[in-house]
Design a protein. Sequence first.
Length: 200
Amino acid sequence: MRFEIIEKEYMDLIIVKDFLKYTGKEIEPLWAFKNFNVQKDNIVAFRGKIEVDQEHMKDLKDVKREQHIKTPIRSDDSINFIVEHFDMIDLKTTYLRQRLLICIAKEIIERECNKKLKRDGDDLYYNNKKLSVSIACKGITSSKIHLGINVKSKGVEHVEIIGLEDLGVENIKEVMIKIALSYIDEINKIEKDIRKTLPI
């Protein structure tokens, strides 16, 4: 697997150059260390299919609702982001970071396609068609986030979806990298703010 690492102050960006399928296994702790030898907080960005079977789903509500579907989370082509933070924060903070990532993605995509998206919790929509999937979870050593954004509107039968190409976004890789770097930039700024703030 070919990849490039962009090192930043508090987080590293790993850009996978080959197409890579997201199966749900990638959200396990230390996946970036095992595959890319990165031990810092990191975000891995890659393009490829999404195929998550029931056994690898983390959202119990989705598991119960879609138990009759063997592979409930699917996309024929998507850009994916896997975030890992090693500070031992709670699950609520992980979900807040997830929302930050999704808001950043929304802002960048809207700027690229000149269309207004709708955010409902951790999901993005355009004209009531689902553009993204996401989950946040916490393990013993780290907290992790996955965000997948459809490139094409194919591969799903039970949900009406839309892709970046349908929205007129052409520079898919540039958008993917821009989203990842913007998230890192926000985290870096927060870390610096923490280190300059006096206590009350």
